[in-house]
Design a protein around this ligand. Structure first.
Ligand code: ZN
Length: 301
């Protein structure tokens, strides 16, 4: 995965902060913190009148500091940081947030904690290589784990943890705010971007998406993805369509792998079918790498 080296490098140079503050009469408000540019990634700031939590913690220490600035201006105690899955673009800023808000509990599923602890896919080491001093010397891992179905509560904020297993990453946690109808899905889907398929589990991911679409069918749910603006449950069908399309395009051409011309051809067709979708990771030619990973996945199954 050499191309990943160049990765996140670009993403460090992100400049502008996007915020889509919601102002409603609800007890719980959600704001998006994201730095625009290639590889933009969301932290969702969830607050009631007296409590604040953050879901996902940015990719780099500098982005983590900017997020900490944002949290500080809100004047509420940071009660917890929740991590949706073990990809570094969602936790690389933890240590910078902890510098400002020491001893904040970091929560994840036991599996996400274990994968981070052992850096099982090498992504933490890779990110350190790419980001240098903008990545922590030693990544802080979650200090508290939640179980599948556990209800987490801070004042009026309730989140029900739902473990969905292997998908975009090896361990995917989603959270439902049942009173507000908010669903935080990490990278189960993104909104308007090109996904990261390089872990090569698109078959399981597709199954996961179909199950989530069924389990969370209510049309008025607000869906908060790991990348891109908030959306609704139609994002699940869109995710299914895209993964199905990619797997179909690869499968149709697959015999003894794919040659470069075939890969280029699929990328071109993808860009025509799904135009103007920036990459969720600053991997050069992410879609080419996705197609290689899917070809490998399909030929070993
Ligand atoms: Zn991500």
């Amino acid at each position: 995965m050499n191309t990943l080296h160049v990765v996140l490098a670009v993403a460090v140079a992100l400049l502008v902060t996007a915020c889509d503050q919601r102002s409603t009469g609800s007890a719980v408000a959600v704001s998006r913190f994201a730095q625009e540019g290639e590889g933009t990634v969301n932290s969702w700031i969830v607050e009631d009148s007296e409590n604040l939590i953050v879901i996902d913690a940015q990719r780099s220490l500098s982005a983590g500091r900017d997020l900490a600035d944002d949290i500080e201006t809100r004047g509420k105690p940071l009660r917890a940081i929740l991590i949706t899955h073990p990809h570094p673009d969602h936790f690389g800023g933890i240590d910078a947030i902890l510098e400002r808000f020491p001893s904040t509990p970091i929560l994840s599923s036991p599996l996400t904690q274990r994968i981070m602890q052992n850096d099982e896919n090498g992504f933490i080491a890779l990110t350190k290589q790419v980001l240098g001093s903008d990545a922590p010397e030693k990544q802080t891992i979650p200090t508290v784990t939640f179980e599948d179905g556990q209800e987490l509560k801070w004042g009026e904020i309730t989140l029900i943890a739902d473990e969905r297993g292997v998908g975009e990453a090896d361990s995917m946690s989603i959270f439902l705010e049942p009173d507000e109808g908010f669903l935080f899905v990490g990278d189960v889907v993104d909104n308007g971007m090109t996904s990261f398929m390089m872990e090569g589990h698109t078959g399981q991911w597709l199954l996961q998406l179909r199950n989530i679409r069924t389990d969370y069918a209510a049309e008025d749910l607000v869906v908060f993805p790991g990348h891109g603006p908030r959306g609704d449950t139609s994002l699940f069908q869109e995710g299914i369509d895209i993964l199905t399309w990619v797997r179909g395009a690869v499968g149709d051409r697959l015999n003894d792998g794919l040659n470069e011309r075939e890969i280029d051809e699929i990328v071109e067709l993808y860009e025509a079918a799904y135009p103007d979708r920036p990459a969720v990771a600053a991997v050069p030619n992410l879609m080419h790498e996705n197609i290689r990973a899917v070809a490998k996945e399909l030929s070993t199954n």
